[in-house]
Design a protein around this ligand. Sequence first.
Ligand code: SAH
Ligand code: SF4
Length: 373
Amino acid sequence: MAAAADTAITAPRTHLRDLAIADLEGVLAGAGAPNPALLARRLAVALHREGATSSDEAGLGRRVRGWLASRFDLEPLLDVADRREAPDGTVQHLFRTRDGHVFEVVRLKNLKNRTLCLSSQVGCALACTFCATGTLGLTRNLTAGEILESFSRAARDDDERVGDVVFMGQGEPLHNYDEVLLACDNLAHCDGPAISKRRITVSTSGLVPAIRRFTAEARLWRLHLSLHSAIEETRRALMPVARTYGLDELLEAFREHQRIRQVKWLTFQYVAIPDVNMDEAHIEALDERLQGLRVILNVIPWNDTGGTPYRAPTWTEVKEFTTALRRLGRPVKTRYSGGKQEGMGCGQLAGGILPRRPTGGHVMAPPGIFSDL
Ligand code: SAH
Ligand code: SF4
């Protein structure tokens, strides 16, 4: 091993965290590691399960560290720019990449474990009118290594187990398909954090070709749709992506997904915005458009992002809306956005760049009160 270490390597070295755990052994063998299977397992456990963020923390001998360092990158990809905790126990981690960009991971407190809400991009290109991230534009995709290191750093910040991972932070995950899905593979790997495959969720605003690819490739993760309206004009006004992919082909792609992947229940998210998409016409449109789909409607009361014509619904308005939705005979859940009082809720993530918008009409409801209303 030591004899090969003197080869000067000038090309940028692959970061070990960017590799699929399933490929580690082959890559190490190709580089001439004497015991690649053992080293691959040790590295997977150290980096992805134990959350080591540098070669010093990975528990490797000095010679192995030197050998790895001459061929691969193993040093931190991120540093911690900020950490804030909301009174409801939600924690927002702000990470800075090596090239100086910032993005969040939000850790939500459940009764028994934690949910980590991960970012897939710095900013987002899709410019939904109700979302703070959408106002930033897209800076760049995150690499799988950056996503996985953000997971590790946030996960090891407290003793409770991470039970769920949702790609609902900054960015459109299917816009960064390969890196996000590589990260999912590693998160579920038995040598890594071993998150249950049914507990990894990718949320999309509706990129039809990527949804079809996800179905065709038989990806194991849950795929949620951000629907927000079953009326074409409203959806287009809220989400520019709807001008490219209309409701017909979008819902057809999800019908196909449900049928081929045998998904018992799909989940469609619905950001509830008063005077925009909560009236009778929108409820009827849902009834009509969702025929033939088994869907759980997940209502997210809109969180204030500032600089928009919208207002957050009151608790009463949310309750009236969900009660009316129940007439459709479909399961309806309402999401409490953890940390929204502190600007950490769904759609409020903007890399600490925009001023925090702490409140909306519905925040007076205690955490959890909306679940399964
Ligand atoms: N880009 C993906 C995932 C990230 S957004 C997507 O759009 O699905 C995660 C969820 O938060 C989406 O359902 C999104 O519509 C919702 N969201 C965005 N802005 C929001 C806001 N201001 N209030 C409540 N939910 C919001
Ligand atoms: Fe992007 Fe999702 Fe925000 Fe739309 S809601 S701008 S797709 S992060």
